[in-house]
Design a protein around this ligand. Sequence first.
Ligand SMILES: NC(=O)c1ccc[n+]([C@@H]2O[C@H](COP(=O)([O-])OP(=O)(O)OC[C@H]3O[C@@H](n4cnc5c(N)ncnc54)[C@H](OP(=O)(O)O)[C@@H]3O)[C@@H](O)[C@H]2O)c1
Length: 262
Amino acid sequence: MATQARPLAVVTGASTGIGYELAMLCAKKGMNLVVAADEPAIETSANEFRANGVTVDALQADLATLDGVNELIRAIEGRPVAALIANAGRGLGHGFLDQEWTDIQRVIDTNVTGTTYLLHNIGQEMREANAGKILIVGSIAGFMPGTYQAVYNATKSYLDSFSFALRAELKDTNVTVTCLMPGATETEFFERADMLDTKVGSSKKMSAAEVAQIGFDAMMKGDGDVVAGWQNKLRAAMSHVMPSGALAEMHRNMAEPQNQKH
Ligand SMILES: NC(=O)c1ccc[n+]([C@@H]2O[C@H](COP(=O)([O-])OP(=O)(O)OC[C@H]3O[C@@H](n4cnc5c(N)ncnc54)[C@H](OP(=O)(O)O)[C@@H]3O)[C@@H](O)[C@H]2O)c1
């Protein structure tokens, strides 16, 4: 296949975890890539994607800032985006009032503001072209109040909700919007969120490769949403019938730091 004929996928947070696996699936499918993450590790990951014979533009940019997202948009160079995978995100454990404001703001700016800004920009181009697939990485965390991870769960609630609304707005076009809602997944997420000292942080989790495959398949089919794994489907179903107060207590049990247990 000629390089120019390959569709282009844009994947944020592709250096590690679920985003890395999603970008690898795109590369294996023969898609050229524009990938972005905040740390230099994105270059190493990009080389691994290139081993599939596709063209990869790797960008180190802070997607918590509008400048960083604008850099990513510039790196796309006006090419039509066949798949936009909005995956970059971060968690933050511990009690809300014990967290640093700068860390809280970074979670909101990355998960909500940067992601929404990117979707607004590329979404307009996709609507104009009447083509494109969007995959938003939400979470089943968005279905439950996140005691000891309050801000993160709220950001995922935003993304879950947002994805359904955008999908509905685009229903008369050929642009699809899919929301991947993983449960706990084995990545660097919990270490980065300072949550290794919690039940969820130390529990057995789904692999990032398995979760990514589920999300990728759903995106390619144009499904509206997919919860990864049967145990998480069960948790999601429970969260739709349990009262919010009970869910908040259930989350305490999973996310409370062990040294604060009472
Ligand atoms: N792991 C789970 O249990 C789980 C469950 C449900 C949903 N999710 C969601 O899945 C997505 C991927 O997380 P993961 O578990 O794969 O964790 P991860 O291994 O920590 O990957 C996060 C990715 O996002 C990038 N990123 C974070 N902040 C960024 C910023 N400001 N600018 C640019 N890139 C940034 C990271 O790059 P840098 O290292 O360069 O910052 C990394 O590539 C997140 O949206 C997360 O909320 C995860």
